[in-house]
Design a protein around this ligand. Structure first.
Ligand SMILES: C[S@@+](CC[C@H](N)C(=O)[O-])C[C@H]1O[C@@H](n2cnc3c(N)ncnc32)[C@H](O)[C@@H]1O
Length: 229
């Protein structure tokens, strides 16, 4: 199995480990790939819906992985037992859903050595949740697939509070530190989104001064960052 783009970057962020759990696995491509590559010895592939689990089971059988991957139906981290996995992957879901999955299973998230998270939106909410709940963001990466840029975040629980600013939330400190090759393109695209939001807020008849101020401030910070790169 060959992974490309978004899924490949998710897999690349998983360290060598005994057990990985892929939450919301759908096709189970991530656990199948990780085991075939020798990165993980065993995997738990979970999904809240039976349809994706059926799909996962078909793929797992096709790749002769039934001895290595256990599939389970359930919501978020519920199907996992305490300390059953070293790595938790949550990919391809909205940022707010990811935050609620982590909140509901916070003990399991804390006990994992690493979380590998790939939100489809609201990435700033995920970073804020991680910082506010004592997780350290240890790495981040960007990947382009079909002209869309995706974020992948690696984090682990330290119990320490991290101070953060608006750029830490909306861009990501690690992406800046490592000067991710897609960072400038990402910032430009985010700036376009902010401009669209500002234009919409200016045209609206509602009182949205706070939102407008927030977006103008965000745009200024993005421009400062972009010019300094
Ligand atoms: C878009 S797919 C992503 C599949 C795969 N992780 C990927 O990144 O390509 C999202 C999957 O998450 C599952 N899902 C949604 N909410 C969930 C939850 N609360 N707990 C577990 N799985 C969930 C859906 O059933 C679906 O199969």
């Amino acid at each position: 199995m060959i992974l490309r783009g978004r899924l490949k970057l998710v897999a690349d962020m998983v360290p060598v480990c005994r057990t990985v759990c892929d939450v919301g696995t759908d096709h189970a491509y991530i656990p199948i790939y990780l085991i075939r590559q020798g990165i993980c010895k065993t995997a738990i592939a979970t999904d809240v819906n039976p349809g994706p689990i059926e799909k996962a089971n078909i793929n797992i059988r096709q790749y002769e992985m039934t001895d290595y991957i256990d599939t389970r139906i359930g919501d978020g981290l519920q199907p996992l037992k305490e300390q059953e996995t070293e790595i938790i992957v949550i990919a391809g879901m909205g940022g707010q859903l990811i935050c609620s999955i982590l909140s509901e299973g916070i003990e399991k998230a804390r006990n994992a050595k690493r979380l590998v998270i790939q939100p489809m939106g609201a990435v700033e909410d995920v970073r804020r949740w991680l910082y506010d709940n004592g997780f350290e963001i240890t790495d981040e990466g960007l990947v382009m697939e079909r002209n869309k840029i995706y974020n992948v975040i690696s984090a682990s629980w330290t119990g320490q509070q991290t101070n953060y600013d608006i750029i830490d939330l909306y861009v990501g400190r690690r992406l800046i530190e490592k000067n991710d090759p897609l960072l400038k393109t990402y910032i430009k695209r985010e700036l376009n989104k902010i401009d669209t939001a500002i234009n919409g807020l200016r045209k609206s008849r509602q009182d949205n001064r706070d939102a407008l101020e927030k977006n103008i401030n965000l745009r200024d910070e993005f421009i400062k960052l972009y010019n300094g790169l």
